[in-house]
Design a protein around this ligand. Structure first.
Ligand SMILES: [Zn+2]
Length: 266
């Protein structure tokens, strides 16, 4: 089936809902400010993400992981308890400022919340800024471990945002659930955004791992290529490593994707 027909079939195109999503996107300047607000020390990052969520009117819940750190969680209730979890990690490796890895993902969560909050939706969206990714996926592992069997069964998708804005959007196909990749490429084609598959199996892991181990469908969205891989965990991981146009395009794509998942998923 052609993409246009598929989108029309689910009501996205015919009601111009893509336009509505785009209309509700947070403006470039604010998205950029949020990205820049991560240029703080590692200990201030949890407060920084908490503040961003408060700024957009989402009351956060903190799930303590260790003495001084924990996952920061913002929930946007839907009409049902079927859930879509969207994550990024706020901690970072010692070198650089950790803006690419992964403030680019974490700081996008409040802007996604804003784009979705005034739109009717079936699913409950849970936005999680994870702690301790760099120390062995500590925050995401704890998050998944603390879910009850019922809560786990209600999660229809885990969408992980890891290192955005180095290049146009990429998806880690080997790691991701095929259905979720198919949905993302449908949206990308419909709104004319180039999406490439780049597998990073050999170079690392990410917060999708514990979700996948719990049999939750996952997708890992990033922007890493062979050429930009060296920026991660180096002094070059700063705001100026981000191509803002690519980053903002990723925001648009992910916002539309979250709407599409809501419509297309039971
Ligand atoms: Zn990372």
């Amino acid at each position: 089936m052609a993409v246009a027909a598929l989108l029309a079939g689910c009501g996205l195109a015919e009601n111009l809902q893509v336009d509505l999503v785009v209309e509700r996107l947070v403006k470039n300047r604010l998205v950029k400010n949020r990205l820049e607000s991560g240029a703080v020390g590692p200990r201030q990052r949890q407060t920084a993400i908490r503040n961003l969520f408060s700024e957009v009117g989402c009351s956060v819940e903190e799930q303590r992981i260790e003495k001084s750190s924990g996952n920061v969680i913002c929930t946007l209730p839907g009409e049902t308890s079927s859930t879509i979890v969207v994550g990024g990690h706020f901690d970072f490796a010692d070198l650089g400022k950790g803006i690419v890895d992964d403030w680019s993902g974490a700081s996008l969560l409040p802007s996604l919340y804003q784009a979705l909050k005034n739109r009717p939706h079936q699913h409950t969206y849970v936005f999680v800024a994870f702690a301790g990714e760099e120390r062995g996926l500590v925050g995401s592992s704890r998050y998944v471990k603390n879910l009850t069997t019922e809560q786990t069964a209600l999660i229809r998708a885990f969408v992980n945002l890891e290192c955005l804005g180095l290049s146009p959007v990429k998806v880690w196909v080997h790691r991701s659930t095929p259905d979720l990749v198919a949905r993302l490429s449908e949206v990308a084609r419909a709104i004319e955004i180039t999406l490439q598959g780049v597998n990073v199996d050999k170079v690392g892991d990410d917060d999708t791992h514990p979700f996948l181990s719990a049999h939750i469908p996952v997708i890992s969205i990033h922007s890493i290529t062979q050429d930009t891989l060296g920026i991660l965990h180096s002094v070059r991981d700063r705001v100026d490593a981000i191509h803002f146009a690519d980053y903002y395009t990723a925001y648009k794509l992910i916002a539309c994707y979250l709407v599409y998942l809501d419509v297309k998923t039971e």
